[in-house]
Write a protein that binds this ligand. Structure first.
Ligand code: KIV
Length: 278
């Protein structure tokens, strides 16, 4: 800790040009943000995945802008050395360019995060161009787009046919032309990840998109094995934090019922003459 330098938007393109890979994970609260900030991970997403991970919902739809702002603010406080992305939730940018600009303005101004992220391909390009023209830094998100998962047939691998792979490349190019400075590419065959990355001069941030993209993204609770039994194929467990936490809680319970906790070192041991009032 101490020498981490916060990534800037020009760095995204620079890293791509230099072939320098970087890493991106989620955080939805202050404590987790401080932990990521202490690590080497360059980017935090306060994603609308908080709907499932933090709030116990089945999908990301239903999270409001107020809820996103509520979670982005403590993450910004906890991670001053990490680039922070605020996700725009479903329904907060699909009405009009004005709505999208106003929502993004609110997220940026009320939280002080570094950019917003939104989902969608070619169909969103005009709207994104308007946002960028208004001075908003925008990160795209194509491939499996959880907010519209129902319309694309559920949480499934995308780009699995030549036609759908070509469509993804078209989406990616349209977003780059519209002015996004990077884009998430979710759940596609590795060859598609490689092709999309090669087609662009901005970084492709892959989650389940294989090794040949510019950055790897994972949900922190997934990769640290905190979230329970659900594990998508693309998630590797880099630690087993859930087990560590359950073991710690059980030890606390055991020492409490046995009476070995708190021992003297955890007590205020000053002698006090207690008046006999009982
Ligand atoms: O909300 C989220 O966590 C995301 C990731 C899946 C990239 O959008």
């Amino acid at each position: 800790m101490g020498d981490k330098v916060k990534m800037t938007i020009p760095d995204f393109k620079k890293f791509k040009e230099e072939g320098r890979k970087f890493a991106y994970c989620t955080a939805y609260d202050y404590t987790t943000a401080t932990i990521v900030d202490e690590s080497d991970v360059e980017i935090i997403l306060v994603g609308d995945s908080l709907s499932m991970i933090m709030l116990g919902n089945k999908t990301t739809v239903g999270v409001t802008v107020d809820t996103m702002i509520h979670h982005i603010k403590p993450v910004v406080k906890g991670a001053p050395h990490t680039f922070i992305v605020g996700d725009m939730p479903f329904g907060s940018y699909n009405v009009s360019k004005e709505q999208a600009i106003m929502t993004a303005n609110r997220i940026l101004m009320e939280t002080n995060c570094d950019c917003v992220k939104l989902e969608g391909g070619v169909e969103m390009a005009d709207m994104i161009a308007a946002m960028v023209k208004a001075g908003i830094p925008v990160m795209g998100h194509i491939g499996l787009t959880p907010q519209t998962a129902t319309s694309i047939g559920g949480f499934k691998v995308q780009g699995g046919t030549p036609e759908s792979a070509a469509k993804l490349i078209e989406d990616a190019k349209a977003l780059e032309a519209a002015g996004v400075f990077s884009m998430v590419l979710e759940c596609v065959p590795s060859v598609v990840g490689k092709a999309v990355s090669e087609a662009l001069s901005i970084p492709v941030l892959g989650i389940g998109a294989g090794p040949d993209v510019d950055c790897q993204v994972l949900v922190t609770q997934d990769m640290l094995d905190m979230y329970g039994d659900f594990k998508p194929k693309f998630v590797k467990h880099f630690a087993h934090v859930r087990k560590e936490m359950v073991d710690g809680l059980n030890l606390f319970h055991k020492e409490t019922v046995e009476g070995t906790f708190p021992s003297k070192e955890y007590c205020f041991n000053k002698a006090v003459d207690i008046p006999k009032l009982y």
